[in-house]
Design a protein around this ligand. Structure first.
Ligand SMILES: Nc1ncnc2c1ncn2[C@@H]1O[C@H](COP(=O)(O)OP(=O)(O)OP(=O)(O)O)[C@@H](O)[C@H]1O
Ligand SMILES: [Mg+2]
Length: 247
């Protein structure tokens, strides 16, 4: 299978704590992958390593066939800018400039000429054409997240990573964002990897990866929200491996 990003034996430690434990997987091109698992299971660490925003302690990450570990900081940033889009739960739009300026800022900082026809098409798709001259603070949370998605897609990345993109949104806005991500995959062949705690959101993906204690413990193809909820409940009921202190 054609993978946009491949992780091989990736381990990430923070001191004594192992956030990722020998994870090997690939994100298939043109598919929508959800990542689920209990809080602290390593989901954010996984996608940050996969997006070259973070560096594994051991193991390797290949983006577009290039081993990220062989690159210096500058080359790694270039590779990330060329291939990766990233969306956070908290939008991270710059408050002092307009939505329109936010959409092209990353590209301009990278010295790339924004493809305005492409960005205009995305803006139309997400229904933000009449909000471009506003500042981010004048938009609803759902509108800000849709703007953040357009910004992340503005440079036509091979893969869009989203870390709980609907985590701060009400049901209706969350549903609009999920529709948008799904349509990017179906209509434009975009590869999307989304971390979520919501089984109904993950059920919109082609496949769901289940993380527990820093390991990939399951892959559910065409998951239903019910299957995912049941799988997560079983995980929540498992004995906790790590020994804690008195608290
Ligand atoms: N910068 C850091 N320094 C120290 N420990 C960290 C750091 N980042 C993450 N961790 C730890 O690594 C583990 C995995 O964290 P991670 O953020 O990947 O979990 P997660 O699955 O995304 O959780 P959540 O669902 O709560 O967002 C956790 O135990 C966390 O405390
Ligand atoms: Mg997280």
């Amino acid at each position: 299978m054609n993978h946009v990003v491949t992780l091989t034996g990736v381990t990430k430690k923070y001191g004594e704590l192992t956030a990722l434990d020998d994870v090997s997987l690939g994100f298939p091109r043109g598919r929508f992958t959800a990542v689920m698992g209990p809080s602290g299971s390593g989901k954010s660490t996984l996608i940050q390593c996969a997006a070259a925003l973070d560096t594994p302690t051991s193991g390797s990450v290949a983006i577009g066939g290039v081993d990220v570990g062989t690159l210096n900081e500058t080359k790694r940033t270039e590779l990330r800018r060329a291939h990766i889009g990233f969306v956070f739960q908290s939008y991270n739009l710059l408050p002092a400039i307009t939505v329109e300026e936010n959409l092209t800022l990353t590209l301009r900082l990278a010295g790339r000429k924004p493809d305005l026809a492409w960005i205009r098409m995305l803006v139309e798709r997400v229904g933000l054409h009449d909000r471009l001259r506003h500042r981010p603070g004048e938009l609803s949370g759902g509108q800000q997240q849709r703007a953040a998605i357009v910004r992340a897609l503005a440079g036509r990345p091979d893969v869009l990573f989203a870390d709980e993109p609907t985590g701060a949104l009400d049901l209706r806005s969350a549903s609009q964002v999920l529709d948008l991500l799904r349509s990017m995959v179906d209509d434009l062949g975009q590869t999307v990897v989304m971390v979520t705690h919501d089984p109904a959101a993950a059920a919109r993906a082609h496949d769901a990866l289940i993380m527990a204690d820093g390991r990939l413990v399951d892959v559910l193809p065409a998951p239903s929200a019910e299957d995912l909820a049941a799988r997560l409940t079983r995980l929540a009921g498992r004995p906790v491996a790590a020994a804690g202190g008195a608290l």
